[in-house]
Write a protein that binds this ligand. Structure first.
Ligand SMILES: Cc1ncc(COP(=O)(O)O)c(C=O)c1O
Length: 387
């Protein structure tokens, strides 16, 4: 049997990849499972997106390869959204790139910028695509623990000089999965200065840009001076519009970085189905009317989960953003052990913090993927796991 290579061998398992199979097994044994694992809520996407898909799916023009150019009206809808939502003006042709989900862009970026011996600074815990793709590209993932005492920010001024000298990409993700932290404007400005000074690509993962609560509106990195020289930002329709399975997102920012990512992708894929892009355009055009209701629903769920988990004895920080709660594991138990007991004893799936990197140890993540009543039931059961 041919051997896989060393880079492949260095990959950890992707979190939750096996969770669906495990859930089926436990359900088959008659357990009423509450799944708070993946950030994938079973909620309806916007009607306008479904309708636009139906209207355009039969078009012969849309059945052809999209290539990286994609559907011009999707690019225009992205540019218009960036303008309306963040006040950022971008050229839809040179500063925007449609993606097959934001993961597509986050994972392909290192193939343009990372060479042997180069490093990428990566938040730990974090979305595992950064780590996996930097590893496959032959780079060194430099993992920086996100700690409560640093407000879950990467302390850029504490990075070792020899690492900074080798760093080609800095991955940031605010609002953050899984810690739910948000970045103050000052921090984003500091990150831009850091990247400009050290000639580093600032890859800002903004998959949760619309998931702000109590009036909090996350920023785009491109709102800040100098960002366009150093940054590329990744957006997703997955969470905002309940469209995870549609696989649609975009990259926006520095034109040279967009061109580099485009070139990598020409060797990897041939673009998303144009009817899906047309549906994405419809969702974006209708965002102002539709998104607040969806985020309001998650805010209610957040309130419900936070109150119920607090009553059950957990130490809860109420998140300002994202669709998660990041909860300290009580009693110093390892997160994997707690999560396994939660599933086996009480049928509740949570994500152990350590599954998202060693820096996540000591915490577990719950996703607000079920309604308030089920969240209360899950909290009650998790309380039983502790006692
Ligand atoms: C932080 C973060 N970035 C990116 C993604 C990828 O989203 P998608 O590829 O569905 O756009 C996710 C999905 O969970 C995420 O949590």
């Amino acid at each position: 049997m041919p051997k896989t290579n060393a880079r492949f061998g260095a990959l950890p398992p992707f979190p939750l990849a096996e969770m669906k199979a495990m859930r089926r097994k436990i359900e088959a044994a008659g357990v009423d499972v509450i799944d708070l694992g993946a950030g994938d809520a079973p909620l309806d996407p916007p009607d306008v997106a479904v309708e636009r898909l139906g209207e355009t799916a039969h078009l012969k023009s849309h059945s052809r390869y999209a290539f990286q150019v994609g559907l011009p009206s999707f690019r225009d809808a992205i540019a218009a959204f960036m303008q309306r939502r963040f006040g950022v003006t971008v050229d839809p042709t040179t500063e925007v790139l449609p993606l097959i989900g934001s993961k597509d862009g986050l994972a392909h970026l290192p193939f343009a910028y990372i060479g042997t011996g180069d490093a990428a600074v990566i938040p730990d815990p974090g979305y595992q695509s950064y780590l996996g793709s930097v590893t496959l590209a032959g780079g060194e993932p430099w993992l920086v623990p996100l700690r409560p005492q640093n407000d879950f920010l990467i302390p850029l001024d504490e990075l070792p000089t020899d690492v900074v000298d080798r760093t080609r990409i800095l991955y940031l993700n605010y609002p953050n999965n899984p810690t739910t932290a948000v970045a103050p404007d000052e921090y984003l400005k500091e990150a831009i200065r850091f990247c400009a000074h050290h000639d580093v690509v600032l890859a800002h993962d903004n998959a949760y840009s619309e998931f702000g609560f109590d009036g909090y509106r996350p920023r785009s990195i491109l709102e800040f001076d100098g960002a366009r020289e150093v940054a590329v930002e990744f957006h997703s329709l997955s969470k905002t519009f309940n469209m995870t399975g549609w696989r649609l997102g975009w990259a926006v920012g520095n034109a040279e970085m967009i061109a580099a990512l485009t070139k990598v992708k020409t060797f990897m894929d041939t673009g998303q189905f144009m009817a899906v892009q047309a549906a994405g355009a419809a969702a974006l055009e209708n965002a102002d009317a539709w998104v607040p209701g969806n985020i309001g629903l998650f805010q209610k769920r957040r309130d419900c989960a936070a109150a119920a988990l607090t009553s059950a004895g957990f130490d809860i920080t109420v998140p300002k953003a994202t669709m998660y709660l990041w909860v300290p594991v009580p009693g110093g138990e390892r997160s994997e052990v707690f999560a396994t007991r939660a599933l086996e004893q009480e049928g509740v799936i949570v994500l152990p913090g350590a599954a998202l990197g060693a820096g996540g140890e000591g915490f577990f993540r719950i996703a607000l993927t079920v309604d308030g009543e089920r969240l209360e039931e899950a909290a009650r059961r998790l309380g039983l796991v502790v006692s």
